[in-house]
Design a protein around this ligand. Structure first.
Ligand SMILES: CC(C)(COP(=O)(O)OP(=O)(O)OC[C@H]1O[C@@H](n2cnc3c(N)ncnc32)[C@H](O)[C@@H]1OP(=O)(O)O)[C@@H](O)C(=O)NCCC(=O)NCCS
Length: 185
């Protein structure tokens, strides 16, 4: 298995995934302060100060070795502009499992960027990292995210009803996953 793993950029046809940098602050703030983007994310729209703090923390997360290690790379378009971020967290080393997540600026949605960015991470997960299973958890009302899971070939594994108190109401959580053999198939 390819752990520990130190981050290196991942290149696709449409996007590149690479680490966040200090000069991403304005674009990351545009993303993370957008109420539409944050609607189904766990956090509320963030201030510039909060985004600066998060950027410093996430830019330094570059190694996957232990459970809960994560990377939060920028999704960059062909001109190198940050258009979103991916999230990839090693949840278990013994079970070779990781969680994946995504967020794109509204102006970058509908172009296949998230699908390609997620595919790059799934290729990494089941190739270089030698993982067995990758899953996503989401609010089932988040239709764009559900559609992305299905386009990626992730199976709907179940739905936890009123599983969490989320932004002032009870919300369900949908569970989607793909195994290494399913991804290769
Ligand atoms: C979830 C999210 C990342 C999905 O983004 P997206 O742009 O819909 O996803 P993709 O990058 O896969 O793009 C797919 C769309 O691009 C279209 N598309 C255009 N060109 C394409 C191409 N070359 N390749 C693939 N798809 C293409 C597809 O047809 C599809 O549109 P459709 O759904 O109308 O058919 C986005 O809605 C988002 O960031 N939401 C806010 C944050 C959030 O909720 N995150 C998830 C929390 S669980």
């Amino acid at each position: 298995m390819g752990l520990p793993w130190d981050f290196h950029p991942l290149d696709g046809r449409l996007v590149r995934l690479d680490l966040l940098r200090p000069d991403d602050l304005a674009a990351l703030h545009e993303l993370q302060s957008d109420p539409e983007v944050c609607r189904y994310l766990l956090y509320e729209p963030r201030s510039l100060e909060k985004v600066a703090e998060v950027l410093e923390r996430d830019a330094a997360a570059t190694r996957l070795a232990e459970p809960d290690d994560y990377v939060q790379p920028a999704i960059r378009d062909a001109s190198g502009c940050l258009v979103g971020t991916m999230y990839f967290r090693l949840t278990s080393v013994d079970d070779r499992t990781a969680e994946i997540g995504w967020a794109l600026m509204p102006r970058a949605q509908g172009r296949g960027y998230a699908r390609e960015a997620a595919s790059l991470l799934l290729d990494l997960a089941f190739g270089e990292l030698g993982l067995h299973r990758v899953y996503a958890e989401l609010d089932p009302r988040n239709e764009a995210s559900v559609a992305l899971c299905l386009r990626l070939g992730m199976r709907h594994e179940g739905q936890f009803l009123e599983h969490m108190w989320f932004k002032g109401e009870w919300a369900d959580t949908g569970h989607y996953a793909v195994l290494e053999r399913e991804w290769r198939g």
